[in-house]
Ligand binder design. Structure first.
Ligand SMILES: CC(C)(COP(=O)(O)OP(=O)(O)OC[C@H]1O[C@@H](n2cnc3c(N)ncnc32)[C@H](O)[C@@H]1OP(=O)(O)O)[C@@H](O)C(=O)NCCC(=O)NCCS
Length: 293
């Protein structure tokens, strides 16, 4: 096996490998009462490639691949550093080659990019092999919940959305401040990327500030707020604007405010994966992004 830094031309190959590895995992662990796992849509693939090219631009030293001697990619890990926090964006080994030590070596290389970082974050899958790697690397696992189902529109509070507006690049400084307060590090260069990929909502009043990014399908993919009430207003606005069937993901026990909103909207509560942290406690009034954390 050979190990080397990831190059821009590797990104589409890594995307295919990642889809294959996560689909294989999802088929092994998915809940029977949930829809069968599907390969990524073209839209999802394009977003994955754009995001990973961005990681290579900002953090080439955090992105590594493992190849066969003939050059075929068998695994990779992408990671970034933001203001003293190391973030593992994604990590996969080709199905059929897992459990043989390739993942350990590729993760160890990505972890060299964490030198000097006091904090670390990643969103872990339910794969016991991944969880073992993160525990050995000194991470603490905090179970993630998600709320899913058919929204009860009669539960949406009157006045939802009145203190929330569309966000723009002009709000980036506010967003960075909220990130520092919630997770100790701004998203910095990731905000322009997210502003290209996602819809952005902002609430900035005397009572509190916050922002949320929403996927094209209308789900919250990141939310940060100074106060519970603002976080709840942003989540209710996303739910009110979203489709009939919704999922609110990446909720830890530190974010009971989100469980309260989801329960009031009559969504069902489940668990999936872990927020893995090193050198920090689970952020509150914060729903992390799965890759940009
Ligand atoms: C997670 C992943 C990247 C790890 O790569 P890998 O090459 O399989 O990892 P390694 O073989 O180096 O390490 C796996 C560890 O789990 C252990 N292991 C193997 N099979 C296991 C099983 N069924 N249950 C529990 N542990 C297992 C191995 O012994 C090893 O631990 P050790 O080195 O202390 O002995 C890979 O398994 C994968 O792609 N999984 C699917 C996608 C995924 O979950 N990615 C992580 C996203 S957060």
């Amino acid at each position: 096996m050979l190990f080397r830094p990831m190059r821009p031309e590797d990104v589409p190959v890594a995307e295919r490998l990642s889809d294959e590895a996560f689909l294989d995992l999802d088929r092994r662990v998915f809940r029977r009462d949930q829809p069968d796992p599907q390969p990524r849509t073209d839209d999802h693939r394009a977003g994955w490639v754009e995001r990973t090219r961005h990681f290579l631009d900002t953090d080439a030293a955090g992105c590594w691949v493992a190849t066969d001697p003939d050059g075929t990619m068998v695994g990779f890990a992408t990671s970034i550093r933001r203001e003293g926090t190391w973030i593992l964006a994604t990590y996969a080994v080709r199905p059929g080659q897992q459990g043989r030590g390739i993942g350990k070596q590729v993760l160890d290389l990505a972890l060299t990019h964490s030198r000097g970082c006091l904090r670390g974050m990643l969103s872990a899958s339910d794969d016991p092999k991944a969880v073992r790697r993160y525990l050995v690397a000194g991470f603490t696992m905090h179970p993630q919940m998600y709320l899913t189902g058919s929204v009860d529109r009669t539960a949406i509070p009157a006045g939802t959305g009145t203190r929330v507006r569309e966000g723009s690049a002009a709000d980036t400084e506010l967003m960075d401040s909220l990130d520092r307060r919630a997770r100790g590090a701004a998203h910095g260069p990731d905000h322009p990327l997210m502003q290209r990929l996602f819809r952005c909502l902002v609430s900035d009043t005397a009572a509190g500030s916050g922002y949320a990014y929403l996927s094209r399908a209308g789900s919250v993919v990141l939310l940060a707020a100074s106060h519970r009430r603002t976080a709840q207003q942003l989540l209710w606005t996303a739910i009110a604007d979203g489709p009939a069937e919704q999922t609110v993901g990446h909720v830890t026990a530190a974010n009971d405010w989100a469980v309260d909103v989801g329960t009031a909207a009559r969504l069902d509560l489940h668990t999936s994966g872990y927020l893995a942290l090193r050198g920090m406690r689970p952020p509150t009034t914060y729903l992390h992004n799965g890759a940009l954390l």
